[in-house]
Structures are given as structure tokens and as C-alpha cells.
Design a protein around this ligand. Structure first.
Ligand SMILES: [Zn+2]
Length: 390
């Protein structure tokens, strides 16, 4: 043993069965042994053996009885909410959120610090460190992994933050050493778009198959590609720089140091800025979105040019990658159903027939309170399952 070779040992088969059963339960909620066997296409004995071990290790439990014929109720199995726990941390410009979840990403506890005015990098990091420490101590022995999601870009082996336009005082922070020290273990780091992609795959099973492009549009713009739930083209948990494609040469200066990036044209900040220039009134995006939903002409003239450019940019991506599904999420969803219809029309006008004939549009709302932090915890949950028994 200890040598790697072409021979697959019985232990490896056993481990891969355990992983397959666990991965299915993590994704699917409650299932009986028979349902697990059907979905995995394997025999009941194999499933029973794997389930017995998962129960003995405190990872899977029974959730009562479901379905089956009246005389023979089936025992529903699920991930034990008291079993392994994951931590997810989301750094945002105006707050830090932390969640403790079970393997199936149900939130068991959450912590949040909202900043009115962050004075220094130290103050921000101290708040983040405190949240990590609280959650680590709450999870205790059951802690099985930690994930964190951050805005801006980062590079190098330490994941050094750069171009954090929304909170420049974070530039230069070395994320890996910071989080690893705070959590006392290795932390999985990703950007906000990748965190949303993980959440999407977990919450929307229909978006977990085929090729999916996920676009997130808010103050920043992000794009992630996935195939059968697996992320493509992401490096170190970073999805890419969709928002920094130059759309207008010599346009408005962008936080990345160039000019005319998509973010300067199609972000929610660009929309409120359009509105201010037209009306002389500075409003929040929430107010602008409400006016847009009510059909105000002023709001329309601020929003539609931004959507035109977003639609063109997305059409070009779709013409390149020919995805089966496009999912658009983020604060732009506040613009409501008229926005969804308008963007869909715009994109349909810009894509080739070959792309259009197999493309479906989705507008999943991933904006609930803890969603970014939960997405980060899913990275940790996925890693726990993938390494299980290794
Ligand atoms: Zn830029």
C-alpha cells in the first residue's frame, strides 16, 4: 500500500460509494435508501452499507418516514443538522457576515457587523477576525471547514487584494494568511460571483446541469461559467473580470485604472449617475428601481441605456460560449419583471440563431441576507464531501 497504481482497492470503492451517497444527500435533502439506490444506479446493499457508516460517524441521520406503501413506510435519511459544521464569511464594503451551516447549507447561526464608516484596514479586519473567532468557538469539535468570499480582485500565493474600488483601504490585505490565522486552519477563498455560483448550484437543481453562464449585476458585475455544476475558468476561486471589458474606448475612468469599462456603463452605480445627470437628483438605486418599476420616463432614460450595453456584452459572451442557460442575478433584479423582459429581448436580438434555439433565461434571486456567506460555506461543504474518507 501507499503506492499509486492502476489497481483500485476495495477500500477505494467503499470510499467512493460513501462520497457518492453523501454528495447526493447534501444536494437533495431527504431521501430513502431505495431512492438513493435508484438515483445512483446501484444496489440496495451497497447503499445500506454506506448509510450505516455515515450514520455511525454522525454525518447522516433519519428524518422520520416518508412515502412508500402504507404497510412499509420508507425511512427518510438526511444530513444530520447536528453533524459536521461549516463556516462561511462574506466581506462586503459595508459589512462582514458570518454563518455557521450544516453540510446541507442550512444556516444554524449567523453574525453580522455593519460599518457606518470604516476608519482603517485594522478596524475592518478586527471585526472580521472577531466574527471568525465567535463561529469557530461555536462550532467547536464539529467544525469541518471554513470558506470566505471577498470583493475586488486578488493575486499571488497570499491572495493579495487589489482594485477593491468599493473600499480601497482593503488594498494590500493578504487574505490567505489573514483568514488561515483567524480560523486556525486553511480557509477556502473565492470572489462574490463564485460564491453566488455555488449557491445557485445548490439551491436551483435545474441550473446544476448543462452549461450555465451566471451573470451578477449590481454595483459590480461578475460572470461565471459552469458545466454540470462544476465551475469553469475560475482561478483561485476568482471568476474573471466581466465588469472590466472596455466597452467605450476613452470613456469614463474606471476604478481599475482604465476607461469605459462595462462597470462604468451598466452597473447600478452607473444607472443612478445617469439619473443624477438627467434630473439633478441623487437617489439610491432602490429609489431609482422603484421609479423604474412604476414606469417613470426619467427612470427609464437612466436605466435602459445601461441595460442596452449589458445586453450587448452578454450576447457577445453567449455567442462565444454557447451556454444552455443564462442566469442573471444581483441588485438589478430590483428593477422587476419589465427589466427581465427588456434584457431578454436585448440579448435575443444580439445572439446567433444557433445560440438562441437552445438558450433559456433565468432570474434567480440570490440576494437574501446571508446568501454570500452561505455561498462561501458551500465551498467548504463541497470540499469536505470531495475529500471525505481520504
Ligand atoms: Zn475597469
Amino acid at each position: 500500500m501507499g503506492m499509486k497504481g492502476p489497481i483500485i482497492t476495495l477500500n477505494e470503492v467503499k470510499r467512493s460509494n460513501l462520497r457518492a451517497v453523501l454528495a447526493l444527500l447534501v444536494r437533495s435533502g431527504e431521501l430513502s435508501r431505495v431512492e438513493i439506490a435508484e438515483r445512483l444506479g446501484c444496489d440496495n446493499t451497497t447503499v445500506s452499507r454506506a448509510v450505516r457508516e455515515l450514520i455511525a460517524r454522525g454525518i447522516v441521520g433519519t428524518a422520520g418516514r416518508n412515502g412508500g406503501s402504507p404497510g412499509r413506510p420508507r425511512v427518510a435519511l438526511r444530513v444530520d443538522p447536528e453533524g459536521p459544521q461549516l463556516i462561511g464569511i462574506a466581506l462586503e464594503p459595508e459589512c462582514v457576515t458570518g454563518v455557521l451551516t450544516d453540510l446541507a447549507s442550512s444556516v444554524r447561526h449567523s453574525e453580522k457587523v455593519i460599518f457606518r464608516d470604516v476608519s482603517s484596514q485594522e478596524a475592518y479586519l478586527m471585526a472580521a477576525e472577531e466574527i471568525v473567532a465567535k463561529l469557530v468557538s461555536r462550532a467547536g469539535e464539529r467544525l469541518a471547514g471554513v470558506g470566505a468570499t471577498v470583493f475586488g480582485s486578488y493575486y499571488g500565493k497570499d491572495f493579495t487584494v487589489e482594485k477593491a474600488a468599493a473600499l480601497p483601504l482593503l488594498n494590500g490585505v493578504k487574505l490567505r494568511p489573514f483568514f488561515d490565522r483567524a480560523a486556525g486552519r486553511e480557509v477556502l477563498i473565492c470572489d462574490h460571483t463564485v460564491s453566488r455560483a455555488r449557491l445557485l448550484a445548490r439551491r436551483y437543481p435545474e441550473l446544476n446541469s448543462g452549461t450555465v453562464l451566471l451573470a451578477a449585476a449590481g454595483r459590480g458585475l461578475g460572470l461565471a461559467a459552469a458545466e454540470n455544476g462544476r465551475l469553469l475558468f475560475s482561478r483561485n476561486g476568482h471568476g474573471g473580470e466581466f465588469g472590466h471589458m472596455v466597452r467605450i474606448p476613452d470613456g469614463i475612468p474606471c476604478a481599475c485604472g482604465r476607461r469605459g469599462c462595462l462597470e462604468t456603463v451598466s452597473s447600478t452605480a452607473a444607472m443612478t449617475e445617469n439619473y443624477r445627470r438627467r434630473t439633478g437628483r441623487s437617489v439610491s438605486f432602490d429609489v431609482l428601481a422603484e421609479e423604474f418599476r412604476r414606469g417613470s420616463a426619467e427612470a427609464e432614460s437612466a436605466v435602459l441605456p445601461a441595460l442596452d450595453e449589458l445586453g450587448r456584452a452578454l450576447s457577445e459572451q453567449l455567442n462565444n460560449w454557447q451556454a444552455d442557460k443564462l442566469a442573471v442575478t444581483g441588485d438589478v433584479l430590483k428593477l422587476g419583471p419589465r427589466f427581465e423582459a427588456y434584457l431578454t429581448r436585448k440579448i435575443e436580438a444580439g445572439i446567433f440563431s444557433l445560440v438562441r434555439e437552445s438558450l433559456s433565461f433565468h432570474f434567480p434571486d440570490l440576494r437574501d441576507e446571508d446568501s454570500l456567506a452561505v455561498g462561501a460555506s458551500i465551498s467548504a461543504s463541497d470540499a469536505f464531501v470531495a475529500d471525505f474518507g481520504a
